[in-house]
Design a protein around this ligand. Structure first.
Ligand code: SAM
Length: 282
């Protein structure tokens, strides 16, 4: 019996089901159910929400989410070895947990969930950033989710909340900060996981804003930011030259010095530049 439910401790689950961690699947498991419950609480009130969890593994966070009263949880796990362990949780919470054995990149969660939806996950490092970028760039805003509560390597978490002038500042910060309010809400040392990874980890909570902080066309903003940071050491007048030969005039028009480098330019200025270029038909 564990502290949060009537299911066995996670160490027992792992040995009963032979879940030796696989590096290729980014498996670093959380074994402390008090910690997984704490992460579930960081996702906010779950009692009125459906929750999407990616990569439940042996189910530590899944159990935390259910113990915190999630209305329903959809858990998508790639490793078929985890499914019998997850089936035991399903049986303990009848009708509240649905598990799918598959790749999170291929499953449409909206076939199984209804609004409001929160996403919570200890993400596998190999697809974590790709999933985050997908969730941050849906065809329409607001997105299908209210909030994301996600464990990343600390270095990725720092890139999400980074401010201009820092090395970590780049496309991920701008994508996240344009339409969400991202905060680091918990930092974890390697020993919190089994096996311990080589790096520290952090949980980031991102709340979807009802509308972007500053108006801009999403595709144009993405193009400008990608161009600017692909060659982050170059001055903007050269890094963005491929967008238009008149880039210097457009930079001047929105008050950005053409000799500035991308990492000095704030979100509001990037949005202004995206509007200027869109209006100019670039
Ligand atoms: N949530 C568990 C925990 O906190 O202990 C496990 C987290 S572990 C960092 C990442 C999990 O994602 C593993 O169980 C792994 O098998 C799973 N995974 C890896 N790639 C995946 C993918 N493309 N789709 C779904 N699950 C994936």
């Amino acid at each position: 019996m564990s502290t949060i439910d009537n299911l066995p401790p996670l160490r027992d689950v792992i040995s009963t089901h032979g879940l030796a961690a696989k590096k290729s699947l980014g498996q670093n498991f959380l074994l402390d159910l008090n910690l997984t419950s704490k992460i579930a609480r960081l996702a906010g009130d779950l009692t009125q929400a459906d929750v999407l969890e990616i990569g439940p593994g042996p189910g530590g966070l899944t159990r935390g989410l259910l113990a915190e009263g999630a209305r329903r949880v959809l858990a998508i796990e790639k490793d078929p070895r985890c499914m019998p362990a997850l089936a035991e949780i399903e049986a303990a919470y009848p009708g509240q947990l649905r598990t799918i054995n598959g790749d999170a990149l291929d499953v449409d969660p909206l076939e199984h969930l209804s609004a409001p939806i929160k996403i919570a996950a200890n993400l596998p490092y190999n697809v974590g950033t790709e999933l985050l970028v997908r969730w941050l760039t849906p065809p329409e805003w607001p997105p299908f989710w209210q909030s994301l509560t996600l464990m990343f390597q600390r270095e990725v978490a720092m890139r999400i909340v980074a401010q201009p002038g820092s090395k970590a500042y780049g496309r991920l910060a701008l994508l996240a900060q344009w339409r969400t309010d991202p905060r680091i809400v918990l930092e974890l040392p390697p020993e919190a996981f089994s096996p311990p990874p080589k790096v520290n980890s952090a949980v980031v909570h991102l709340t979807a804003l009802p509308a972007p902080r500053f108006p801009a066309d999403a595709a144009m903003l993405n193009k400008v930011v990608a161009g600017a940071f692909n060659q982050r050491r170059k001055m903007l007048r050269s890094a963005l030259k491929s967008l238009t030969p008149e880039i210097e005039d457009h930079l001047h028009a929105v008050g950005i010095k053409p000799t500035e480098r991308a990492e000095q330019v704030g979100l509001e200025e990037f949005c202004a530049l995206a509007r200027q270029l869109k209006d100019a038909g670039c």
